[in-house]
Write a protein that binds this ligand. Structure first.
Ligand code: SF4
Ligand code: SF4
Length: 442
C-alpha cells in the first residue's frame, strides 16, 4: 500500500485506490481491502534460449536490412552512419522454418494451433531492399499455408514508399501495419527527413492514406507510432486532431517520448521532452483520442496492465525473438552490433554460414533495479523501464523513471477526480461508512 496523495491510498496489485474523507477512517480500510481480490496478471517468467532442442517462440521478428531511406534525427540505429548490411535470405528461411516447425509440432502433439506471429521491422527500413523483403514474406506465407498454420503478419515501417504496386502488396499480405511517423508536415519533415534532408511528408502521408484505407477494407489494423521530442511536446493533442482528419482509418496512435541515443548524443539538435509538459500533453491527447474513438497506446501512465514479470517488455524475457541483418538472434529490437556497449546483453543466438542455429547461454534479462524501484508505487506498471535505453545512457534511466512516476501519478489523480472516460478506464466505485471511504477499482 502506498499513500499517494493526502488521504488517498494505492494498492497496485488490486488496481485499487481508496479515498477517505478524514484520516480517522484510515483504520477501517484494511477490512474493506482484504475483500478485494488481486487483479489478474501474467507472471510468466523468462525463457533461456541456450538449448538446441528448444523451439522458437511463436512471435518472431525479422530485420532484413540496416539500410534506410530516412534520416530520422533520433534514429536508434544511427541510420546513414553505419555500414549497410542485408540479411542472407537463407538465414531468414531457417528462422521461419524453426518457428513454423515448433507450431506444427504443437499442433500435432497438443492439438493447439497457434498462429505464426511475424513482424517485419527495422531499423533500417524493412522494405528498403524490396526483393529481399518480398522473398521473406512470400516464404512465410508459403510455409504457413503448406503446414496449415494460421498467420498474423505485422509490418513496422516508415512507409516512405510511392510505388502503388508495393503498397498494394503490403495491403494484401499484412494483417497489421504499424507506421512510424510523427504527425503534421512540419513535425514529420523536421524530425524524419529523407536522405539529404529532403522532406518525407508528401510521400509518407500519401502512403498512409492509401494503406490505411486499403487495410480498413479488409478489416485489418493500421496504427501510428509517434515519437515526441522536446520541441513538439505540446502538440500531442493537435497530432490526434490531425490524424483524425487526415487518416480516418488509422485505429490507434502509440506515443513514445524520444530517448537519448548515439545520434542525439552526437548531434545535440533534438532532445527528449520535459517530464511535466509530456505528462500534461499525454492526458490531453488521451482525452482527444477518447473523443474520436482512436485507441491510444503509451509506455507511460498505464495502470491497467500489471507487469508482474518484473520487466518493462516481453521481448527481453525471450517471449519474442528477432533475427537481424547480421544473422544474429536477439531479444531486443534496438540491440545491434553497431552498439557494442549494449549488444552483449541481448545476443541470444546466431545462424552461421552453414545455416545452423547456435544458441548462446544468455541469462534472462531483468532491468538492474535501483533500490528505489522495489519501494516505488509505479513498480508494477513501470517494470524498471526499457532495459536497452537505460543500459545505453544513465540519463535515459533518470528521465524515464521521472516520466513513469509523473504520468502514473497523474493517471491516478484522474481516477480520484472521476474523469475515467478521458483516460479510457473502466472504474468501479463503491462507498463505505456513509460515503467517508470511497474505493475505486479498475
Ligand atoms: S525510419 Fe527507422 S531506421 Fe530509418 S532513420 Fe528513421 S528511425 Fe532510423
Ligand atoms: S518509476 Fe523509477 S523508481 Fe519507480 S519502478 Fe520505475 S524506474 Fe523504478
Amino acid at each position: 500500500m502506498y499513500k499517494i496523495f493526502q488521504n488517498v491510498y494505492f494498492y497496485p496489485l488490486k488496481k485499487t485506490l481508496v479515498k477517505v474523507s478524514d484520516s480517522k477512517y484510515e483504520g477501517n480500510i484494511d477490512s474493506i481491502i482484504e475483500n478485494i481480490p488481486d487483479a489478474e496478471y501474467d507472471d510468466n517468467k523468462g525463457v533461456v534460449y541456450n538449448d538446441v532442442s528448444v523451439k522458437l517462440p511463436s512471435s518472431i521478428q525479422i530485420y532484413p536490412t540496416s539500410n534506410c531511406n530516412l534520416r530520422c534525427k533520433y534514429c536508434f540505429n544511427d541510420s546513414g552512419n553505419i555500414e549497410g548490411r542485408n540479411l542472407d535470405f537463407n538465414k531468414a528461411k531457417v528462422f521461419i522454418e524453426q518457428a513454423v516447425r515448433g507450431l506444427y509440432i504443437q499442433k500435432k502433439t497438443k492439438g493447439v494451433c497457434n498462429p505464426l506471429e511475424l513482424n517485419m521491422c527495422g531499423g533500417g527500413e524493412p522494405t528498403y531492399e524490396w526483393k529481399l523483403f518480398q522473398d521473406i514474406v512470400d516464404y512465410a506465407v508459403y510455409l504457413t499455408s503448406k503446414y496449415e498454420i494460421p498467420k498474423k503478419f505485422q509490418l513496422t515501417s516508415n512507409l516512405f514508399i510511392s510505388n502503388k504496386e508495393k503498397l498494394d502488396y503490403i495491403i494484401e499480405k499484412f494483417d497489421h501495419v504499424h507506421i512510424s511517423t510523427d504527425g503534421s508536415e512540419e513535425i514529420q519533415n523536421y524530425q524524419r527527413p529523407a536522405v539529404g534532408g529532403r522532406p518525407s511528408y508528401p510521400t509518407v502521408s500519401n502512403a498512409i492514406k492509401y494503406v490505411s484505407d486499403g487495410l480498413a477494407k479488409k478489416k485489418a489494423l493500421c496504427g501510428l507510432r509517434v515519437t515526441v521530442s522536446g520541441k513538439f511536446v505540446d502538440k500531442m493533442e493537435d497530432i490526434v486532431e490531425f490524424v483524425h482528419s487526415t487518416y480516418p482509418n488509422v485505429r490507434y496512435i502509440q506515443f513514445e517520448p524520444l530517448n537519448w541515443v548515439r545520434k542525439t548524443q552526437r548531434t545535440d539538435d533534438i532532445e527528449p521532452p520535459a517530464v511535466d509538459r509530456y505528462s500534461d500533453s499525454l492526458l490531453k491527447a488521451h482525452k482527444k483520442c477518447e473523443e474520436y474513438n482512436i485507441q491510444m497506446d503509451a509506455c507511460f501512465g498505464g495502470v491497467d496492465r500489471i507487469l508482474k514479470k518484473g520487466s518493462f517488455c516481453d521481448a527481453v524475457l525471450g517471449h519474442c525473438l528477432m533475427l537481424n541483418y547480421d544473422g544474429d538472434i536477439v531479444n531486443c529490437g534496438e540491440a545491434s552490433k553497431d552498439n557494442p556497449q549494449t549488444y552483449k546483453y541481448f545476443l541470444v543466438g546466431h545462424i552461421d554460414d552453414e545455416y545452423k542455429i547456435n544458441w548462446f547461454d544468455t541469462p534472462i534479462k531483468e532491468p538492474p533495479k535501483k533500490e528505489t524501484c522495489t519501494k516505488c508505487y509505479a513498480w508494477y506498471f513501470c517494470g524498471g523501464g526499457c532495459l536497452h535505453s537505460i543500459l545505453e545512457y544513465e540519463r535515459n534511466r533518470q528521465f524515464r523513471c521521472a516520466l513513469a512516476r509523473e504520468t502514473i501519478k497523474r493517471t491516478l489523480s484522474e481516477i480520484i477526480e472521476e474523469r475515467w472516460s478521458a483516460i479510457g478506464l473502466n472504474v468501479r466505485k463503491q462507498e463505505y461508512e456513509e460515503g467517508n471511504i470511497i474505493v475505486y477499482s479498475w
